[in-house]
Design a protein around this ligand. Structure first.
Ligand code: DON
Length: 569
């Protein structure tokens, strides 16, 4: 904790203005990274440095973000990608915010029952492994669109560092070595993945070099011809021919029909901050705002971070927002979702009326939802802020670590398993244990419902926070808890990210607590209220940048749960 913060906390404690911070929640954090001009927080150090290099040579936050996005496709193959999709939120210094949806779409050959066998059972792993688990990738389209429309540098300049890393290789870190080894069961199923990522079964020891020559050639094609190369050109032809050879679904037609979309960001407020976040086809922003609205009615600050009262109330709000997600949400290009009602303050009032401060609800017998009348009208996240105050919050993914496990021969492209984010069958949990509904059924061209939650907070029109995380459904709760830790509990950005996390997603009806992190007093008090506790290791890998309101200084933090690095200048 910085000296200044210690003084503030000591003062607050003395005058009783804020609760004594829980030592468990605050003890071990280092100071945030501090910079004046620009900052990049990402899950991998080379990618962060490449982003900073772009800023230093005159690029803006979008140039840096696109460079980081391409670099992570090389250096962070578990989630960085060409073969996946995601969401980029851009907030310009003048206050305008745009949102690029480059989420994957279901191929034309997919449909509602494709993962269900003749006896009505969901076929295990069908939507998570192999050539039929992938949606049509959106990443090259999304990154190239952002760069072309908003970047200052050339596509060549922002892509070259990634191409060099793929072509010439880089030494594998301890973290990557371990991550690849852990994914060996999946990657070993597919010869090309085994060759490239498992070193033909010999694995990569830390310090050995990972070369991705085919990936370099795909990146070069995109560098020279833009996204066109990936969707209609040489790369498209290669992708389609590998799929055809292996009985997969993605065709040249699917690729040619793919389009990234501009979406209107969702806006809400929390205790005087404006929250600007991701609309459908991610559920992330809707669920986040629903939870923040619900929690605004409680004095969390005096209940204290990590106290059983706080965790209980936050859990009850999570439970309800996740039920709404499961039952009501899907791609709004295909289904109607009552987003404005779900994120309204009057709905939050209804939610609070249902919550008993002393007793856990039972997920399967929650009272009926009372929506107000409609009003008018393995993933990775990185955050970037440039010297002019432009900011990017980008979360993109292959879904599971290393996606479907498939590397397409001749392209070096590791493909997503995003089809598992659709509802394979209503009522049957997906890989994250999420029960999903009709609104998220598979339809060709539709985007699977996501939990990714790239988010900005502003205060009086000024950028305050850029935040996001991986972690499947835990993403929304990670972003929520970072915000609560900052706004309600006065943590630094590093402390807010470090603090132990908890997660409830309606079903299964269990409260997951990171272990270690919660004291026995707290867990006993939660059990006494009726919560079923399960202990889990880490949730999420948040990457955040905060703009210090008084000085404008940038304070950044990477999550200690991952191997990321925040770099500033
Ligand atoms: O879009 C989603 O919600 C999921 N595909 C995200 C997956 C994820 O975060 C995995 N990372 N750890």
């Amino acid at each position: 904790m910085s000296f200044l913060l210690r003084v503030i906390v000591a003062f607050c404690v003395l005058v009783g203005a804020c609760p004594t911070p829980s030592p468990i929640f605050r003890a071990a954090s280092k100071s945030p990274v501090h910079a004046k001009h620009g900052m990049v927080a990402s899950a991998e150090k080379r990618a962060s440095q490449i982003g900073i290099d772009m800023l230093k040579k005159g690029g803006n936050a979008v140039d840096a973000a696109v460079a980081v996005g391409f670099a992570l496709a090389v250096t962070h193959p578990t989630a960085g990608n060409l073969g996946g999709g995601g969401f980029m939120m851009i907030r310009f210094a003048g206050g305008e915010t745009v949102c690029i949806d480059y989420r994957e779409t279901a191929p034309a050959a997919a449909g509602r029952e494709v993962y269900v066998d003749s006896s009505g059972q969901v076929v295990p792993k069908a939507s998570t492994e192999g050539y039929r688990a992938s949606g049509v990738p959106g990443t090259p389209a999304g990154l190239c669109l952002a760069q072309k429309k908003y970047g200052r540098l050339s596509l060549k300049e922002v892509m070259q560092p990634a191409i060099d890393l793929a072509e010439k290789g880089f030494p594998v870190s301890e973290h990557l070595s371990e991550s690849l080894r852990k994914a060996a069961d999946l990657l070993g199923l597919f010869p090309e993945s085994r060759r490239v990522y498992l070193n033909e079964g010999k694995y990569f020891e830390p310090g050995e070099w990972l070369l991705q020559k085919d990936l370099a050639s795909s990146l070069r094609a995109v560098r020279d011809q833009g996204a066109e190369a990936f969707y209609r050109g040489l790369v498209a032809r290669r992708i389609a021919s590998v799929y055809a050879e292996h009985g997969g679904w993605i065709t040249q037609q699917d690729l040619a029909s793919y389009e990234p979309r501009f979406r209107t960001p969702l806006r809400g407020s929390y205790r005087g901050y404006e929250v600007i976040t991701m609309p459908p086809p991610s559920s992330g922003g809707t669920v986040l705002l629903e939870m923040l609205n619900g929690l605004e009615g409680y004095d969390l600050s005096s209940m204290g971070a990590g106290s059983s009262r706080t965790i209980h109330l936050v859990t009850e709000v999570m439970r309800r927002a996740f039920r709404d997600r499961a039952e009501l949400m899907g791609d709004t290009d295909f289904v109607k979702v009552p987003v404005s009602q779900l994120i309204s303050k009057s709905y939050a009032l209804e939610i609070r009326k249902q919550i008993d401060p002393d007793k856990a609800s039972v997920s399967l017998s929650l009272p009926a939802r009372v929506l107000p009348a409609p009003e008018a009208t393995e993933t990775t996240h990185f955050s970037v802020v440039d010297k002019d105050g432009n900011a990017v919050a980008n979360t993109y993914t292959l879904n599971g670590g290393y996606g479907a496990g498939v590397t397409l021969e001749g392209t070096g492209i590791l493909m997503n398993n995003e089809m598992d984010d659709f509802t394979s069958k209503p009522g049957v949990p997906n890989a994250y244990g999420l029960i999903q509904g009709e609104a998220n059924a598979i339809v060709p061209g539709k985007r699977p419902l996501s939990a990714m939650t790239p988010t900005f907070l502003t205060r009086e029109g000024k950028l305050f926070l850029v935040i996001g995380s991986p972690g499947g459904p835990t993403i929304m709760n990670t972003v929520l808890q970072v915000i609560l830790n900052l706004v309600d509990f006065g943590f630094t950005i590093q402390e807010a990210i470090d603090a132990p996390r908890f997660h409830h997603q309606w079903l299964p009806d269990e409260l997951r607590l990171e272990q270690p992190g919660f004291s026995e007093d707290v867990t006993k008090a939660l059990e006494a209220r009726g919560h079923r506790l399960v202990f889990r290791s880490f949730m999420g890998d948040a990457e955040g940048i905060l703009v210090e309101p008084k000085t404008g200084a940038l304070l950044g933090a990477s999550d200690p749960r991952g191997d990321g690095l925040t770099v500033g200048y």
